[in-house]
Design a protein around this ligand. Structure first.
Ligand code: EPZ
Length: 422
């Protein structure tokens, strides 16, 4: 079957209430972390998206039993691992498969993991993962596109991340939670998903002390990890930001249940600066937007948390096309993450990209056309643009979007959007 295309009929103002899924980028590392335990780990609120299915398949291939107890609760039991390889077929589908490296090493002493290549959002090296694991005692060789790593046991030590990295911080937390001796990690990433991994290990008996804003001291329990109770995955802040942007681009009004303002500080600030009304509650966020022609243009710079997230840059670029005046969007994480800009031009957007910065002369009408997404968030941005475009926008590449958003068209439809699969 060919990949599905989503037809978006623009011009509807979105209004209503939606509820967030659990965060894909928190569930993926916790699924990999389950490999460190010989008793079952229970994760609740796991989104049923393609990347989760890929991780599920990988864990099964390695020997874990993965059982869904209901739509969003998964039991992972890794009593016996039978394989220590993450092959290219899996890694090329999902880079987060690299998360099994430290758990496999800790459990089996040796692992083979295919070396991830570039991807649609540009180069995404994993050198910090490998340097950090070496600092804790692993021996690593890369040849023929494969990482071969060995360790007798992870040792205590120190590692300073050359720049903040979500994935490398999490990888090193896995190793540190199994290390013989204290591990000091400096310049760690502070994204909410990283914090969830920290909390997970704390509940498994690991002592993790904040030695400053960006430094953690990790002390593994001598008796080994104890199985944590069921873990509720945090709500997906990127899905929240995407739905809020969908409301803003149509001049709508939306209540996003489960959304946490403390996970979206710079995003909510940007909405307010452009003229939206944002109300924060403990269990939800409400946003009310005037018609985009009455919003003010904005400047954003994507950075590690609590800065503006790169995973919402494409969606905000789509929004900027509808706001009169010049908006400027600088990519501080992935300077090449701008494929969606070219596609937005096909709809009538005036956007120029140079040196990792997009300049948008907004307020031009968009007219529906076929467009193609090449990556997860970029495809979401094209759907949002379709909501504001005159006529029909046919979005292909929807398989990318389905890697990370569960029931996304259905949620938009619930808010009054007109969309259908062909
Ligand atoms: C995570 O990727 C997310 N993925 C990404 O979300 C997100 O865009 C990214 O963090 C940034 O927030 C998951 O959580 C599964 P990084 P990750 O290591 O961990 C450089 C989505 O749409 N770097 O924080 O791979 C790197 O090139 C995805 O859901 C190195 O140089 O990102 C980047 O410039 C896309 N060497 C910066 O650090 C390394 O060894 C931050 O990347 C590692 C990273």
């Amino acid at each position: 079957m060919s990949d599905p295309i989503l037809v978006v009929r623009g011009g509807r103002r979105l209004e209503g209430e939606v509820t967030l899924q659990g965060a894909k980028n928190a569930a993926l590392p916790l699924m990999a972390a389950s490999l460190l335990f010989t008793s079952p780990v229970v994760l609740e609120g796991v989104p049923r998206v393609e990347d989760i299915r890929t991780m599920e398949q990988l864990l099964r291939d390695l020997g874990a039993e993965v059982t869904w107890k209901n739509a969003h609760t998964v039991h992972i039991h890794a009593a016996h691992l039978r394989d220590n390889r993450a092959p290219y077929e899996i890694i090329r589908r999902m880079r987060a498969s690299i998360y099994v490296l430290a758990p496999l090493l800790a459990r089996l002493g040796e692992a083979w993991v295919s070396y991830p290549g570039g991807c649609a959002i540009g180069p995404r090296p994993i050198d910090f993962h490998l340097q950090g694991l070496e600092a804790l005692g692993a021996r690593i060789q890369v040849s023929h596109g494969e990482i071969h790593a060995e360790v007798q046991a992870f040792q205590g030590g120190t590692f300073t991340f050359p720049r903040k990295s979500v994935g490398a911080t999490i990888q090193l937390l896995f190793a540190a939670a199994m290390a013989r001796g204290a591990v000091r990690l400096s310049n760690v990433a502070r994204e909410p998903e990283v914090r969830q991994v920290v909390d997970f290990f704390r509940s498994a008996g690991v002592r993790i002390t904040d030695l400053g804003p960006d430094t953690l001291l990790v002390e593994a329990p001598e008796e080994g990890l104890s199985p944590p109770g069921p873990v509720q995955i945090i709500p997906d802040r990127i899905e929240a930001g995407t739905l809020l942007t969908a409301a803003a681009i149509t001049g709508g009004q939306v209540t996003v249940h489960r959304a946490r303002a403390d996970h979206l500080p710079s995003v909510l600030d940007t909405f307010r600066e452009m003229g939206c009304t944002v109300k924060e509650f403990e269990d939800r966020i409400e946003l009310q937007a005037p018609s985009p022609e009455n919003l003010r243009p904005f400047r954003i710079f994507t950075e590690p948390f609590p800065g503006f997230p790169t995973d919402l840059q494409p969606q905000f670029l789509a929004l900027a096309t509808q706001i009169p005046g010049r908006s400027v969007i600088r990519e501080g994480i992935y300077p090449h993450r701008f494929h969606h800009a070219e596609e937005l031009r096909r709809l009538g957007a005036r956007v120029e990209v140079e040196d990792g910065t997009a300049t948008v002369e907004g307020g031009t009408p968009l007219t529906g056309a076929p467009v193609e997404g090449r990556d997860l968030r970029g495809t979401a941005a094209l759907v949002l643009a379709g909501l504001a475009a005159d006529g029909e926008t046919h979005v292909s590449g929807m398989e990318h979007l389905l890697r990370g958003y569960e029931a996304f068209p259905e949620k938009l439809r619930q808010l009054g959007a007109e969309l259908e699969w062909v």
